[in-house]
Ligand binder design. Structure first.
Ligand code: FE
Ligand code: FE
Length: 199
């Protein structure tokens, strides 16, 4: 009876997957484990950024924007060091776990680097990509900072807060640069294009 055999086989597969999922849920049974997992995610994300930021600086046309990326590269090196201190507080070896979100954000950002166009508009689009990265980091650091507090890891909480502040400041700086780098000419051209197409 092949139908019955197939059905039994399917049940076995389902049971195996269920076990695997259960194990995964079971594994994340303490805040300490979640905290460590998220720290590893950030540790990997920061390493990805160490490689991406010089490329972003190179691609930017505005000197101010280039400068902002160069400055943030230096800050990112301290973010890595601070995470290493946080791991030390936990008696854990610093270890990363591939941050697929950061991979995606960087991949999407690098599509822009291949585009052709008006300099200030391209700069604005690099800023969008960079701000998405900062927002991801802000979410991650905000969470681990809170977890550190809850776990009574006060020194770690302070270190994470310092990095969080730098990520927020970078985001603010990018906000200001978006306003100042976008060439008024490009805005006017948009208006003209809108007018001629009857909008
Ligand atoms: Fe960072
Ligand atoms: Fe950052």
């Amino acid at each position: 009876m092949p139908a019955l055999k197939n059905a039994l086989h399917q049940i076995q597969i389902d049971y195996k997957t269920l076990n695997k999922n259960e194990k995964r849920i079971m594994k994340l049974d303490t805040l300490q484990k979640l905290y460590t997992n998220e720290l590893r995610d950030l540790y990997n994300a920061e390493h990805q950024l160490l490689k991406a930021l010089p490329k972003m600086a190179k691609a930017a046309s505005s000197e101010e924007l280039k400068g902002a990326f160069e400055k943030h590269l230096e800050q990112t090196k301290s973010h890595v060091k601070r995470l290493e201190q946080v791991f030390e507080e936990l008696d854990e070896k610093p270890k990363g776990r591939t941050c697929r979100a950061m991979k995606g954000l960087i991949e999407e950002g690098s599509e822009i680097l291949r585009e052709d166009g008006e300099e200030s508009i391209l700069d604005a689009s690099i800023i969008v990509a960079a701000q998405k990265v900062e927002h991801y980091e802000i979410a991650g650091y905000g969470s681990v900072r809170t977890f550190a507090h809850l776990l009574g890891q006060n020194k770690a909480a302070e270190l994470l807060q310092t990095t969080l502040n730098e990520e927020s400041e970078t985001n603010e700086l990018l906000n200001r640069l978006a306003e100042s780098t976008i060439n008024p000419e490009a805005v006017r051209e948009t208006e003209l294009a809108g007018a001629s197409s009857g909008r």
